[in-house]
Design a protein around this ligand. Structure first.
Ligand SMILES: [Zn+2]
Length: 455
């Protein structure tokens, strides 16, 4: 234990030293995790049967190969827009799934302007499970961050180590563990590894068709994102996110005439009214956020929703046009529908001589904490305790961004995410994986699936 206590705490502080508060929180979480891991290791022998123990041993035995696969795939640049790179990573993973008896296909992404996805199926009997990963990273070909580097026995850096080539490897290692105990034929499995998770293709319904089709078939969905990178948590609820775009027009006139009934208030006052009403009516509602991100207004506007724009005008001229855009995050489809209708009626209540419209994008659907998701989490928690890895709680949805699993939420009975390779610094050149979570999560998912067969 002394070894465990001294080495990782130092290394963890190295990861978080720039964020001292988070550093402390993470170190405390890690300590709690280690205490649980050691105190319940005695329980392990009693609560896992021979088959589970054989699965655990198989995961351990395959660790070197797993690490090698992680290194190989991280070393291939697969920034979302590097289509050949995304494809190459896809092919590498397809080999691994084929070796486990999966039928693998590459689904080209031409229709939605991205590289494409891997879909691998192994449909036999038993529970129908969808396993979700992604091939792309946020690091383009010209990023300075390109290579896997082993820092020490426990930590490695590299683009996409935790987000989420490592998650794909965790998925494979869990399956290899199941294969080692001849359990794969008692499951019906579909794997979808999307090639555009970090910047999804458009139109979105086409970009997510493979995933949604698989979800319609499946009963259970498991996502291998890194979650909030704490082995003591998993994700069972994510807020959905949709973009909105506001267009406002007013009557142009000399500024001296503003407030007159025949001239009205102009586009900028009208936008201010709308945005302030959003704030007054919607701020503070549970798990709801509405954020205006960009705005430009004046006599003319050159505007691209979501990325920026410019405006021209004069201080003594009433603004004729205005564009603004932002996002809206909600926890359930019901909340989304309700808030959208409130926003529409605020927008419609125009000041004199102005008009406004709001358009909502497609976005990511919400994933609510259903009873099914809670049930799956409680099974995962039980597995984790039995294996000596400590309890697992749900991540606060406020801290979980939208992800691919959200698209499956409407179709499956049970879903859980955030069981991949964990670490810190995701989406930055400081991305570092805690390699100890690779076998840990492969074991936890492997045994979870084994118990789902036997349930
Ligand atoms: Zn990811």
């Amino acid at each position: 234990m002394a070894f465990y206590f001294l080495i990782p705490i130092d290394t963890v502080s190295y990861n978080f030293n720039k964020f001292s508060f988070m550093g402390i929180v993470m170190r405390l979480a890690f300590l709690v995790f280690l205490v649980f891991s050691s105190s319940s290791s005695i329980a392990r022998a009693q609560s896992t049967d021979a088959r589970e123990r054989a699965l655990l041993a198989a995961v351990d035995n395959n660790y070197d190969h797993a690490l090698q696969l992680l290194e190989q795939t991280v070393d291939i640049n697969s920034g979302t827009y590097n289509f050949p790179g995304v494809r190459l990573v896809g092919e590498r993973f397809m080999q691994e799934f084929a070796a486990l008896g999966f039928d693998t296909t590459w689904q080209p992404g031409d229709e939605f302007h991205r590289a494409g996805h891997v879909v691998a199926t192994r449909h036999r009997k038993g529970p129908k499970v969808l396993l979700i990963g992604h091939l792309d990273t946020v690091f383009p070909v010209d990023s300075p961050f390109q290579e896997f580097e082993l820092i020490d026995k426990h930590f490695a850096s590299g683009p996409g180590t935790t987000d989420m080539k490592g998650g794909n490897v965790v998925m494979l290692e869990a399956l290899r563990g199941l294969d080692a105990v001849d359990a794969l034929d008692d499951l019906s499995l579909t794997v979808v590894l999307t090639g555009d998770e970090e910047a999804s293709g458009e139109p979105l319904p086409l970009a997510r068709k493979s995933l949604i089709d698989a979800a319609k078939w499946a009963d259970i969905a498991i996502g291998f994102e890194d979650g909030d990178s704490n082995p003591a948590t998993a994700v069972i609820a994510r807020r959905g996110s949709v973009d909105w775009e506001l267009t406002v027009t007013g009557k142009p006139a000399h500024s001296s005439q503003i407030f007159q009934p025949e001239v009205g208030f102009g586009a900028i006052y009208e936008a201010a009214r709308i945005l302030n009403a959003f704030r007054e009516q919607l701020a503070g509602k549970k798990l709801l956020t509405v954020n205006p991100g960009i705005i430009s207004g004046g006599t003319t506007v050159n505007y691209e929703a979501g990325s920026g724009g410019s405006a021209t005008g004069k201080d003594n001229v009433i603004a004729q046009t205005l564009r603004a855009s932002g996002d809206l995050r909600t926890i359930s489809p019901q909340q989304l529908a309700k808030v959208q209708s409130e926003m529409l009626s605020i927008v419609a209540d125009s000041l004199p001589q102005t008009a406004a419209t709001i358009r909502f994008g497609e976005g990511y659907p919400p994933m609510s904490a259903t009873d099914g998701n809670r049930k799956l989490l409680s099974l995962f928690d039980e597995v984790s305790r039995d294996l000596g890895f400590g309890p697992v709680q749900a991540v606060d949805p406020r801290n979980a961004g939208a992800a691919d699993i959200s698209f499956t939420a409407a179709y499956v009975d049970m879903a859980i995410d955030g069981v991949g390779l964990m670490g810190s610094g995701g989406h930055t050149v400081d991305e570092i994986a805690d390699l100890r979570t690779l076998p840990m999560n492969a074991k936890r998912v492997g045994v979870l699936l084994l118990r789902l067969i036997e349930r």
